[in-house]
Design a protein around this ligand. Sequence first.
Ligand code: SR1
Ligand code: MG
Length: 407
Amino acid sequence: MGKFTDKYFRMNEEDALQYAKSQLEFFHGDAEITCKEIGDGNLNYVFKIEDKKSNKSLIIKQAGPVARISDEFKVSPDRNRIESEILELQYKLSEGLVPKVYKYDSIMNCFAMEDLSDYEIMRTALNEHKKFPKFADQITTFLVNTLLLTSDAVINHKEKKELVKDFINPELCEITEDLVYTEPFYDCSRNELLPETKKFAASNLWNDKKLLLETAKLKFEFMTKAQSLIHGDLHTGSIFVEPDSTKVFDAEFAFYGPAGYDIGNVIANLIFSYENAEATILDKKEKEDYKGWLETTIVDIIDLFSKKFKASWKENVTEKVANYDGFLEYYLGNILKDTSAVVGLELARRIIGLAHVRDIVSIKDIEKRIRAEKICLLSSKKFILDRENIKSGVNFIKVIKDVESKF
Ligand code: SR1
Ligand code: MG
């Protein structure tokens, strides 16, 4: 029985190094490889294995039986299979806008993939106020291809149901159902928020019965709307960027859910960068310039998504009734409505709930941080309640600008 072929155990750096040597046909026999654990996410362990001699490197990602952030979350290591399989599928659908997977190992619950160390995590880069002019174009190609081409409008319905089965992901979905759709909307003991923000959340969100009813409807839609094979956690910490290139990773929350969930996550996390820029860039011109780029990016993502979605629909739809007059507009309109709602949910949960974002918590000036948090919370409410009317890029950005002008 081999060390890695018998029974699962959680690897340390030395184990991962041995694993790469003995289980992966990637490095030459004379390679001098090193290993470093570089994971900083909430759930997994990520090892970078490098051979300085040949300059070759790869990443091994291993899932543990509980979340890294807290033992409270018991999460099946099967998420590692889900992630490696969806990355392979998305690689084909999106023409390489995700890292290449080399091997999945169902015993060690790990997979080896392309090392993207030349890239930066997008959240970190945005908080350093860097611009990525091609991002809107690249991410909308990823979104349209992965969301439309996995839907009933395009693929055979029996094949689609097989995919629904393969990507059933109850534990990770439960995390989202709790952390995104439930806990931010009451005084939950797991929430973590500043006392002043808590008062604001209580009077503006927790006491608003109309808002609570909408969040209940949205939670049930998330649980029941098997529309597209979604990434499920598409925030800017799940995206690698280079000046000219974008790669989406960390897809372990993938399942068949509402398409708007992914688009909404991208937009909400750009709004966090926008509020980071508002609070931390002191020079007026520089601030206007950077916020201007983020505005354009948000507007372009919504409008380019709609444009590319319509074009791909005309080219790829196979379902007869989907071609009836008016159906495309109805279908896309619903995705945009869901997008707006998810922008609202993500804005609230990252301020109130357990999992925060560095864009906001790194704002050192406490008054500015509280202002940013209040802007996110009031905008959250608008994105949820007015979702029926928020359909174009300009509509999305107007919500933020209107709320910002009140503070
Ligand atoms: C327990 S996991 C907390 C959060 O981290 C992940 O990236 C997801 O966003 C999840 O909600
Ligand atoms: Mg993640």
